[in-house]
Design a protein around this ligand. Structure first.
Ligand code: ATP
Length: 306
């Protein structure tokens, strides 16, 4: 048996901690590898964006030889909320992945202003479009370090503002150490909804002109979800938002609702016109009606931007 002197224990423990950190960094790099290699080989440049409006034109995407998006075209106007709705498996999250640079189209193009998304480098894309994925991921560290990832110089007021809009302020303040609480390994375990709220706050804090929310407001009920959109517009009026929404009631007031089915856009418009012209939208609305009726009457009128 090897007996360690007192003086050796501490450096050894330090070494072991260091090893764990290296393993975590390598895991992170491994996760990024497909994205990085996908983007290699094509010269990417910095571009000046003329507008935060996003236009998808003739986008097709396949996973292996299975096509999941077919010639999808629609506009996401600047400074407004556009809702993307459709049955499960329609391809909604694939559109979020495209905008996040995790998936590349087989054909078609995405413009931000008049700049093709494919031509801008990863750093500029990340500074232009923030995507909050369904499974919000938090890194080991404090809540604060997680929040400040996209904006290390964020001030306390900006952090509070983002937390408030994301409806995370109350639960963070209720923690004994507030936003200095550790999360992850041996730290606080957060519920899925709490993680989602923090991920939304982190994306807001990153201050990108475009925000994509993939079922990111599922933490809220219909009523608080509406308050979220009101607060979002009031606090960040210039933000261009694409929200993938399961609950149609929460995006009912958007003037731009895009209906996706089996990888194709089947209709777009506002709620009233879609109820008249789109059978699928009407069926989805009717299927959700029993869940919505409970909160409709209690909800104060909310106006969605756009
Ligand atoms: P949901 O509302 O259930 O989240 P969705 O409309 O967001 O569904 P996507 O997640 O975009 O749909 O999936 C579209 C289709 O592509 C589905 O049939 C799905 O099984 C398939 N798919 C998604 N990601 C992958 C992947 N990485 N590899 C292979 N197939 C995938």
């Amino acid at each position: 048996a090897i007996v360690l002197g007192n003086g050796m224990v501490r450096p050894l423990m330090k070494l072991m901690r260091f090893q764990t950190q290296i393993r975590e960094i390598l895991d992170g790099v491994k996760r990024m590898q497909p994205v990085l290699s996908m983007r290699e080989g094509r010269a990417k440049t910095r571009q000046t964006l003329t507008s935060s409006a996003v236009q998808l034109s003739g986008i097709s995407v396949s996973y292996g030889n299975r096509r999941v998006l077919s010639e999808v075209s629609f506009a996401i106007p600047a400074g407004r909320v556009t809702a993307l709705v459709g049955p499960s498996g329609a391809g909604k999250s694939t559109i979020a992945s495209l905008l996040g640079g995790l998936v590349e189209p087989d054909q078609g193009r995405i413009l931000v202003g008049d700049c093709p998304l494919a031509d801008i480098d990863n750093v500029q894309r990340t500074a232009t479009i923030a995507v909050v994925a369904q499974d919000a991921f938090l890194f080991r560290g404090t809540l604060l370090s997680n929040l400040k990832l996209g904006r290390p110089d964020a001030g306390e007021d900006q952090i509070r503002q983002a937390l408030r809009v994301a409806q995370a302020e109350a639960f963070v303040d209720a923690l004994p150490k507030g936003w200095h609480t550790h999360v992850g390994e041996r730290g606080l375990t957060l519920s899925g909804g709490e993680r989602q709220r923090l991920a939304v706050a982190r994306a807001l804090l990153a201050n990108t002109p475009v925000l994509v929310l993939d079922e990111s407001t599922a933490f809220a009920d219909s009523r608080t979800e509406k308050y979220f959109y009101e607060a979002l517009h009031r606090t960040y009026p210039a933000l261009t938002v694409l929200t993938i929404a399961h609950r149609l009631y929460s995006v009912k007031d958007a003037t731009n609702i895009v209906v996706l089915d089996h990888g194709s856009v089947v209709a777009s418009g506002d709620h009233a016109s879609l109820m008249q012209t789109c059978t699928l939208y009407r069926q989805m609305w009717q299927a959700q009606a029993p869940q919505q009726s409970g909160s409709v009457n209690q909800t104060r009128p909310a106006v969605l931007p756009g």
